[in-house]
Design a binder for this molecule. Sequence first.
Ligand code: 9MR
Length: 350
Amino acid sequence: MTRSKIILCRSAALIAVLSSVAPAQTLRELAQKRGVLIGTAHSGRTSDTEYLDLMGREFNQVEAENATKFGPIHPAEDSYNFAPVDTMVEYAAAHKMRVRGHVFVWHNQNPKWITDGGLSPEQLAAALQKHIATVGGRYRGKIFAWDVVNEAFLDNGSLRDTVWLNKPGIGLNGTKYMEKSFRWAREADPDAKLFYNDYSAEGVNAKSDAIYEMAKDFKKRGVPIDGIGLQAHLRLSAAGNLASIEANIKRITELGLQVHITELDVRIPVDASGKASESDIEAQAKLYGAVASICLKYPLCTSIQTWGFTDKYSWIPRTYPGFGAALLLDRAFQPKPAYKALLDALAATK
Ligand code: 9MR
């Protein structure tokens, strides 16, 4: 062997040894090893390169926080705003990330032409079908899973009054309007995984019971539903609800449905400068780790997604004054204990 060949072999051996002992560094490396997806909402800040770089480094799934909702993507009957979504889809492809779609049918963030356009139920049904066909069709093969319906139930388990159900609605009673939407979504993209998504339905309660019953009925009758999204916008008190969260994940997966944790964040009290107490930050970390560990116990719980990853861009302070610091990295992109807890949960042996 020549001298240069020997050096080459030695360095290859050294690299092999180093990479076998070096711990995997990022959330996505650990998630990949376990065969799960680790995702984040994308705030749309495309000029913040540090933000984009970190997102691509840590996550293997991304979902638009707003850009794929009905109003933002379809603001007028004949006009679609695809550009921000196309940009996200290209970014995801460049970083080898999967893309989740959010959402076709929701009571919020609908455009005026839908909510105030005086459309009849027949016209609304046609508009919704066309919307699903157009948006779902455009991203066929690029968006691997869609929240078809979001937040259709109230906390007491009854159906929410919405433009799609009864104000004026698309002309179908009860859960039939959702059934129709799932069927339209399947037609638009036969390969996309189709989800029902909601909040305050992580544990077993009146709302999650109603969702479970609907999903069971849909499965039984062949309505194309593939999973339930559990948003998981949590407070520290959720630490007392972990057994119930596990029971709910268990019963959903026993139906043969997937679970995606879709919007995980844990809001904690902050002072006027946005600072939280050490003990709350530690308790928050434990909760992130615990929720992830529960999901990882169930092979059909296939994705853990946080609603953003840096406290620099989070919906919490705007919506819950006095609360914040809900995500994995602080406002300067420094990892918090929650980040480490999630790493540890992903690294833990089964
Ligand atoms: O984070 C989103 C925020 O930027 C929007 O202003 C808000 C409008 O309703 O929607 C937020 O995202 C919501 C998601 O689409 C559905 N589940 C609850 C999320 C937080 O409100």
